[in-house]
Write a protein that binds this ligand. Sequence first.
Ligand code: COA
Length: 454
Amino acid sequence: MSSLISRRLIGGVFRFGHLRSLHSSSVWSGKVVQFKLSDIGEGIAEVQLKEWHVKTGDRVSQFDNLCDVQSDKASVTITSRYDGVIKRLYYKVDDVAPVGKALVDIELEGEGEDSAESADDDKSAQSAATDKSKKADGGKSSDEHETSSSFALHSGKVLATPAVRRIAMENKIKLGEVSGSGKNGRVMKEDVLRFLGHIGPAETTSKASDQPRPAFTPLSGQDKTIPIRGYTRIMMKTMTQANTIPHFGYNDEVVVNRLIDLRAQLKKLASEKGTKMSYMPLFIKAASLALTQYPVLNASLDSSLENITYKSAHNICVAMDTPGGLVVPNIKHCEQRNLWEIALELNRLQEAGKRQQLDRNDLADGTFTLSNIGAIGGTYASPVIFPPQVAIGALGKIEVHPRYDNHMQIYPAHIVKVSWAADHRVIDGATMARFSNLWKEYLENPALMIAEMR
Ligand code: COA
């Protein structure tokens, strides 16, 4: 069961590389196995090395963690499949490891020259590794073995180097309690020292001068240039692509007084269902119902700009603000899910996003996007399409404003502003406006939405 789950989550992303007839002076005197990052699929060309769990000379056993890597699609921990000694690490933390290149060399324990086949070509070496794996797990397919034994999802632990962990351990402090100032919340040495009170907050200096003149001194250290990594790297690539799309914008406001009543009722029941019910599941379901009538908005444009594919599934992406930056997982088949099912899946994705544990299936195959920037603040936004999709909506914060009712009486209206953007090469303004009107109708009259749910 677990191997099947692993395979689905990881999808055989990485494979071991070839065995080489290298020899070493270590006590094992064994054959050296070189791990390579081979074809990851889905166009992924590289991963970022997040953390090493081993160093050269360490002895490792099967299933020991070797390192954490972040691909465009997921965070994974790479585990050893062999007993042996680490001979070489090919990358430093934060390096980008390209697909097809070696990651680590392990000198195998108890594999002397006699037992080692000379296997300089990938094919024979791959089968040697497979034979070994079959023996180890009772004859599973190599595919199953590779995915189940080589990888585990990111453990979600605090990011820190072994040196920082050691300082924390020696001082008996929990790293989770230290606020990390590094990339993606990584806990740095200074953070631990500051936590221990060994250094003060970032110091500021000022110079007294008789001559009044503007004197600007840096508040905290020097400028620093850091490589763009992780979710931000994905955002950089996707948004660069999006910049080629001519965006059409359309804004409106939706009165959600009735929706607020409905949500309040559902919220009370949510804990019994083991979830929480925010407004998002309602916004998402209304979008799915409206997409059923305007399928051109749930579509993708091919790179040659020759074809548009109407997607049968409503895999609605939700922009998420996470400690690692913006990430956009999707809820599969919203057209088939009820509100509880959408809420459960949203909660799962939100929790996984917080821990940067989203797997690549969560991030793949989205067909339409909603961005609830109002969870943070603001009214209108200018959302940017997530290619190859053709439309996106951004929601502002629900606020109370005075509005007139049908009898020209002022009443307190709870209003959410929506900002749509559509790919104007294939979507015209009238279609976007009609879709938005229908979505708005569902939210202003939730009874109508419920009536249309299957
Ligand atoms: N207006 C008023 N209240 C809102 C709101 C809005 N637009 N959005 C959220 N809330 C409320 C929720 O109902 C919830 O209230 P509750 O505690 O009474 O249930 C509370 O704020 C916290 O909601 P949250 O945990 O954020 O859940 P959510 O389902 O509404 O949103 C995410 C989930 C992942 C979309 C959201 O947390 C998020 O990350 N938003 C930022 C998206 C972003 O960065 N977009 C920009 C992309 S460039």
